[in-house]
Unconditional design. Structure first.
Length: 364
């Protein structure tokens, strides 16, 4: 059991000194590591949830240029916020950022303890620990997938890391060996995560030859590192078939807002219906919206994977007449650019933008 090693000296006890030496010599130069500003660290941690570092870098710079302070974020128009977040996915993260920014701005200062940080919308155990340690030098262990992998390999732990009890036990172990010096505390969590991201990697064999813990890693010494960590298989995603209609009318395309709750809440989308419709059924769907089809332009298929559901989309580009339902917004190219359309519709966004720009070019 992972929690049994708490009672004795373990390889984890030997980790801090060589890990910190390695990190100081080898850490990637990332902008959020050059600051102690809790706002900037917080933004980076939220963006990095479920998103690769290479993707976050550009978004992080643009976000902070637009919202350089927690007060600026709190006061931002939602449409601007959603547009800046477009493509990062998991849009509830952006909404929770703004809710939390409002609370921090009202309070007048950033919370500086784990418990206070945990009370902010969208901040869980890991994020609260990461901010508390990096921004304020608090001894709070931040445990993500990288840390779980490092610790289970280092201690040869075969417990299921998907079990909350395992994660809780590992957090307690890491907390117990965290250094005392504030300068070390600020980087210890980052160092452990960096080791997992760049050396004790998730895909392919671990790079034990360059690991600062190679000499005392039980997973390496016993030959079990390549099969760790143990993680129960995820429940299979459900699949949904959808038909997306890119409706064109006089140099504009129809958009509508999704409901305020649920998947992609409040974002703009191209009108769509359940099921994989053929042309006749798609034409009937357009007619049900009070539209007359003048011409069929294109058929496009696409797939998008969310955490729990996978969309298989059949799309049609149609030239139509009529206004459609009251919730349709007919956007020209500029209006389409201004609105946050989730990346699930990326192929249809590109199709619509090409059509609208062609119309604009022909008329100018």
């Amino acid at each position: 059991m992972c929690d049994e090693i708490l009672t004795t000296k373990t390889p984890l006890s030997d980790l801090p000194e060589p890990l910190l030496d390695w990190y100081r010599a080898n850490a990637r130069d990332l902008p959020w590591r050059r600051t102690r500003d809790p706002y900037r660290i917080w933004v980076s941690e939220i963006m990095l949830q479920q998103t690769r570092v290479a993707v976050v870098l550009g978004y992080y710079a643009r976000f902070l240029a637009a919202f350089p302070s927690v007060e600026a974020l709190a006061a931002a128009p939602e449409q601007q916020l959603m547009k800046l977040w477009e493509g990062l996915g998991y849009y509830s993260r952006a909404r929770n950022l703004q809710k939390a920014a409002g609370l921090v701005a009202e309070r007048g200062s950033f919370p500086d303890t784990y418990a206070e940080l945990l009370s902010l919308p969208g901040v869980g155990d890991y994020t609260a620990s990461a901010i508390a340690s990096a921004a304020f030098g608090r001894r709070e262990a931040a445990v993500d997938g990288n840390v779980l992998r490092v610790v289970t390999r280092l201690t040869d732990c075969h417990d299921d890391i998907a079990d909350p009890k395992t994660k809780k036990a590992i957090r307690a172990q890491v907390q117990a060996v965290m250094p005392e010096a504030e300068e070390d505390v600020r980087i210890f969590n980052q160092a452990t995560m960096e080791l997992g991201a760049t050396v004790c990697v998730p895909n392919g064999p671990p790079k034990c030859e360059v690991c600062p813990a190679a000499g005392f890693c039980l997973g390496r010494l016993r030959g079990t590192a390549p099969v760790l960590p143990v993680k129960a298989a995820k429940k299979a995603r459900r699949t949904e078939e959808r038909t997306v209609l890119v409706l064109l009318r006089q140099g504009r395309t129809a958009l509508r807002r999704r409901p305020g709750r649920g998947l992609l809440a409040g974002l703009w989308e191209f009108p769509n219906v359940d099921g994989a419709l053929d042309e006749d059924a798609a034409g009937a769907a357009a007619a049900a919206w009070g539209l007359t089809v003048k011409a069929w332009r294109n058929k496009l298929t696409a797939k998008h994977i969310f955490t729990h559901v996978e969309w298989h989309m059949t799309g049609y580009t149609l030239e139509v007449e009529g206004d459609g339902p009251a919730d349709f917004f007919w956007a020209d190219a500029a209006g389409l650019r201004e609105r946050a359309v989730p990346s699930a519709f990326a192929r249809y966004y590109a199709e619509a933008m090409t059509e609208l720009e062609d119309v604009w070019n022909e008329s100018n």
